[in-house]
Design a protein around this ligand. Sequence first.
Ligand code: MG
Length: 413
Amino acid sequence: MISLRAGMVSDTGRVRAINQDSLLVLEHLAVVADGMGGHRGGEVASQVAVDSMAEAWMGSSAEGLVENVRTANRRVIERADAEPELRGMGTTLVAVGLVGNADGPPTVAVANVGDSRVYLLVDDGLEQLTVDHSLVEGLVRSGRITRDEALVHPQRSIVTRALGIDTSVDVDLLERPARVGDRFLLCSDGLSNEVPQSLMASILQRFAEPAEAAAELVRVANKRGGRDNITCIVADLVVEADDAEARASAVVPDAAGFEAAGPDTIEYSLVDGPRDEIPDDEDDPARSGPFGRALGTAQASTDEYQPPRLTWRSLAFTGALLVVALVAIGGTGWYARSGWFVGVHGDQVALFQGRPGGVLWIDPTVERTSRIHYNDLTPDEQERVADEQEFSSREEAEDFLDSLCDTDDRCDP
Ligand code: MG
């Protein structure tokens, strides 16, 4: 029999206060859910969905997996009906299940609702098995924007299908033969929006251990901005071991186990571990989507309003504050634009001005796209490019980019 050998990480990222993603790994089932909705709604929705999947999983058939997703949908709706402050919450869900009975060959069933993704690692990169149910995917398919434009579209987080919205839900299902050695990646959009597909593929090829690959994916996503919660499961199909040894790798890596030290180092935590208690009342408008479930409300003060008294002291103080603020803004802008680095743009190696991941509202800009395809680099070079090493001048960054060309003829037209 074949089973899953998985490594997983769920991380809050560098911007959000709480983690609204949830994940689940069983012997024959892996699930990622990305919740949405203010006032705890998102984290509750994704957790209810994965709990329901764990409870309902029988592993008998692909249709059974789809039925499990429909049950999870009803559970999310029931919970929202029971707790009015959670009304309008929803979640995406992707599931990879090993199904099949003793007579037939085992099959991998992939179920999807929303914009979380399932990829399969193939010889020349990653094959995306799921189709996003998102606004930008619709725009790409109708030819109104390109794939590259979708990556930076301001409304790229808006989903057009989710659990928790309607009692009936369309679930995409894909089936393929289960082959030992196949490697699947399940992830929330906090990974796929942050890390180019070619870079994800090279990380999956570089790390044999699923747990290490998952940790590296999350580290790189954080390094590139970490603007959303990041969750991924790397799942290998292996021959089932009689003892528990093979399954022992399905652990959450400890941050200390990886050498990725430095100021960007993040703490890896399993999503169903102790949760961050910081309330996140800020609903993300980008994720409220066409369902209009923006729940965040500003708390109006009931104290009587007292107009401030204007004195020369308060004017001088305000002036000084203004000067400090202007200097800070100018300094931030200068810092954000003064760096140079070589990274990946689409599938190609490119020269960027700015800081990797951006600084506050200032994103790095592509200054020159080379003819070098990221996949053509040696593993060493891929690692250097993926790390987005910074240079203090354009010349130094250009020299490094040119040195990648010099090693063979891959830059020739
Ligand atoms: Mg997300």
